[in-house]
Design a protein around this ligand. Structure first.
Ligand code: ADP
Ligand code: G3P
Length: 497
């Protein structure tokens, strides 16, 4: 009887469950979008219970779609949107506030007020650039603004978790309170060198250590699901932040290997092995997923808005009916006609780190139409990737020849071709674009012996299509100059407010 690994991929806009077989093929998949809440400009929230219900529901649907029994699922691997912060009551299991999402900018004033010496301490200890993006100031905000929360936290009655911790806690009926190294490294509270929560940072943000989960490797058995959920207990044996899971799922096991994931945001990660590489060009140092007890590190360029810009065209501007149609609409025109969109809807992440920057569209003329606008939105994704990739090359002294890609927007061939042209590298798209979920499956499967080692996993990676650079370099450079000017506009706009 064939056995499977089930991945629970809890993303920013949807929850997914996927059953993988030994060859890394998808046996069944279920996906549900869930509501996004924008209570004020720049604020983004989720309902943690809606996250849980949607995740549980897709897991049940995927198992049913595969027509398998729970005993055929050897283990569950969890991967999640990172940094998003949930605080809940230990006794009742009720969240005390909505989950504050990684994109949320509400704590920008706290970050603006940090003194430079402490900022340096945060960088040295956590590897991160102080920013509202990370969990620390989100937890502090909840404790400061929810009535009674600080007192209850001090009495040890509240727990904090990123989404992995929340889901594992729910799946085990409140028995297991853990996170993994990759997720811990995104909180801005974790010492990535000593591998422990940092007391000085906790004190500064006034966060009681009793709220924090035990930190474990990404590949190990954390516990079992309650039997009532899937008909029998299933081991939970892998957990990793979605970007680190994608790096693992792309088999970027060797130092120097790089992937870029095009989802809501865009995240370029390079495996740097046992060495944490410090960035001097606006990237962050983070912990990578590994299947041993000792950690590996990665260098990351985090772009906040990528596919989300295409969703914005769909949902807010109603310019396109679906994200997928963006490719056909962009192909209606030869180029953007000089239009640039800088989708700084939630500020700009790497390498600019400006929480106050806001979206900008420039270069429009009376002849600008839908095709130009959609094309400019797609191109903005490739330009943002160019910015972080150049920063990575400067930090590591490397010159990238090829780039492995994945994520929802990697399905867009116009975007992938433009990416190859702008970067002047080979863009390699694997057969399985669900690399994030696959990475979590690999981590769980390795922990329970479903796969024996990384070599076995590597054999599963298959190239679907390679995009070769074909644009004249002068033309590409000219386009890049335009992008630089457009970004300058977005930055100046915020500074003059
Ligand atoms: N063909 C496409 N062209 C451009 N963008 C796309 C396409 N398909 C999906 N997207 C974008 O990709 C994102 C979804 O990708 P996904 O990897 O599921 O993201 P996440 O895990 O962040 O929820 C959405 O923002 C969507 O707009
Ligand atoms: O949900 P995604 O795939 O856009 O990923 C979000 C990132 O984890 C944020 O750091």
């Amino acid at each position: 009887m064939e056995k499977y690994i089930m991945s629970l991929d809890q993303g920013t806009t949807s929850s997914r469950a996927i059953l993988f077989d030994k060859r890394g093929n998808i046996a069944a998949i279920a996906q549900e979008e869930f509501p996004q809440y924008y209570p004020k400009p720049g604020w983004v929230e989720h309902d943690a219970q809606e996250i849980w219900y949607s995740q549980r529901s897709v897991a049940e649907k995927a198992i049913a779609a595969a027509g398998v029994g729970p005993w055929q699922i050897e283990a569950i691997g969890i991967t999640n949107q990172r940094e998003t912060s949930i605080v809940w009551d230990k006794e009742t299991g009720e969240p005390v506030y909505h989950a504050i999402v990684w994109q949320c900018r509400r704590t920008a004033p706290v970050i603006d007020g940090l003194d430079p010496e402490f900022c340096q301490y945060i960088k040295d200890t956590t590897g991160l650039v102080p920013d509202p993006y990370f969990s620390a100031t989100k937890i502090q905000w909840i404790l400061n603004h929810v009535e009674g929360a600080r007192a209850r936290a001090l009495e040890g009655k509240l727990l904090f978790g990123t989404v992995d911790t929340w889901l594992i806690w729910k799946l085990t009926g409140g028995k297991v309170f853990v996170t993994d190294y990759t997720n811990a490294s995104r909180t801005m509270l974790f010492d990535i060198h000593k591998l422990c929560w940092d007391e000085k940072i906790l004190d500064y943000f006034d966060i009681p250590a009793s709220m924090l989960a035990q930190v474990k490797p990404s590949s190990c058995v954390y516990g079992e699901t309650l039997a009532e959920y899937f008909g029998a207990p299933i081991k939970i044996a892998g957990a990793a932040g979605d970007q680190q899971a994608a790096l693992f799922g792309q088999c970027c096991f060797e130092p120097g290997s790089v992937k870029n994931t095009y989802g809501t945001g865009c995240f370029l990660l390079m495996n740097t092995g046992k060495t944490p590489v410090k960035s001097h060009h606006g990237l962050v140092t983070t912990i990578g997923a590994s299947c041993s007890d000792s950690v590996e590190y990665a260098l990351e360029g985090s772009v906040f808005v990528a596919g989300a810009c295409i969703q914005w065209l769909r949902d807010e501007l109603m310019m396109i009916e679906s994200s997928a149609i963006s490719e056909a609409v962009a192909r209606e025109v030869e180029d953007t006609g000089g239009v640039y969109i800088v989708p700084a809807f939630t500020g700009l992440g790497a390498p600019y780190w400006d929480s106050h920057a806001r979206g900008m569209a420039v270069g429009m003329t009376r002849g600008t139409g839908r095709g130009h606008f959609v094309r400019a939105a797609l191109e903005s994704i490739a330009y943002q990737t160019y910015d972080v990739l150049k920063a990575m090359e400067k930090d590591t002294g490397s010159c990238l020849k090829s780039l492995k890609v994945d994520g929802g927007a990697a399905a867009n061939s116009l975007l992938m071709q433009f990416q190859a042209d702008i970067l002047n590298v080979h863009v390699q798209k694997p057969a399985c674009l669900e690399t994030t979920a696959l990475g979590a499956a690999y981590l769980a499967g390795l922990a329970v012996g479903y796969w024996t080692d990384k070599e076995e996993i590597k054999a599963n990676w298959k190239l679907a299509r390679s995009f070769e650079p074909s644009m004249d370099r002068d033309k590409a450079e000219k386009k890049l100059k335009g992008w630089e000017r457009a970004v300058r506009c977005a930055l100046v706009w915020s500074r003059e407010d």
